[in-house]
Design a protein around this ligand. Structure first.
Ligand SMILES: NC(=O)c1ccc[n+]([C@@H]2O[C@H](COP(=O)([O-])OP(=O)(O)OC[C@H]3O[C@@H](n4cnc5c(N)ncnc54)[C@H](OP(=O)(O)O)[C@@H]3O)[C@@H](O)[C@H]2O)c1
Length: 231
């Protein structure tokens, strides 16, 4: 089956897992709306687009909510899958806290996926698949927190989990399905060289979970390999 009739929007698409989502969905024949906060014609996203006419690149800083509204207004096509991938990981410990960075982390990791969902709700309602996947982390699991620390990242991802859970309940009436995905510990700029898996394996796994997602399974916290993660 050709996927040309499906459209996926990916945030933070210029590197790491976002770039790999673009590569895999474009290979599958989806129309890919690749959003990046910096436009650099020499980056890997632009190099990838050379071979794929079904990728379009758009400038979008997810921390700039008025620019999200602006972009939503100009985009006139339905969206089948929204992937809230953009994220940041500012280091923190009990003795090393930057409150400004903490608020920035909440804006990018927790509030932006909510804002994206609200701004693109008309496009998602018109889409055929009606799926929203948000990249969270096992580090946002309260049950799984055995080592403490990392206040900024952990709390921003826990907040994201709660926000997505509420959206999955509030927007069920539109048949929209939500999933919060843990990508594994991945060798990207964020995950570092000691990660356990590469981006291609992580994204292939997350795509399988997005394929399986339905209104019956909406609102779950799942790892790339399909394991359910305790909240
Ligand atoms: N790698 C892992 O092991 C791991 C584990 C658990 C969860 N995750 C989650 O997976 C997602 C992707 O991680 P990654 O490993 O690919 O990270 P990464 O290599 O650091 O890439 C992060 C991406 O997010 C973008 N971004 C950050 N702030 C943004 C903003 N305000 N507006 C638009 N884009 C923004 C970055 O753009 P710039 O290039 O402009 O900075 C970059 O494209 C994140 O949500 C992360 O928390 C990753």
């Amino acid at each position: 089956m050709s996927n040309a009739k499906y459209t996926v929007l990916v945030t933070g698409a210029n590197r790491g897992l976002g770039l790999e989502f673009v590569r895999q969905y474009a290979t599958d024949g989806y129309e890919v709306i690749a959003c990046s906060r910096k436009i650099n014609k020499k980056d890997n996203l632009h190099k990838l687009r050379v071979n794929f006419k079904n990728i379009s690149i758009h400038k979008l800083d997810v921390a700039n909510f008025s620019s999200i509204d602006q972009f939503a207004k100009t985009l006139k096509i339905p969206i089948d899958i929204l992937i809230n991938n953009a994220g940041c990981y500012p280091y923190s410990s009990i003795n090393h806290i930057d409150f400004k960075l903490w608020l920035d982390a909440f804006k990018i990791n927790s509030l932006a996926p909510f804002k994206m969902t609200k701004a693109f709700l008309p496009h998602l309602k018109k889409g055929k698949l009606k799926k929203i996947a948000s990249l969270t982390s096992k580090m946002g699991s309260i049950d799984d927190n055995l080592r403490g620390g990392e206040y900024l990242y952990r709390s921003s991802k826990s907040a994201l989990n709660m926000i997505i859970k509420s959206l999955s309940i509030d927007l069920k009436l539109y048949d929209l399905s939500f999933i919060t995905l843990h990508p594994g510990w991945v060798r990207t700029d964020m995950g570092g060289p000691n990660g356990l898996i590469d981006s291609d394996e992580s994204v292939a796994g997350m795509k399988r979970q997005i394929d399986k997602l339905s209104i019956k399974t909406t609102g779950q916290f799942i790892a790339y390999d399909g394991k359910k993660i305790p909240w």
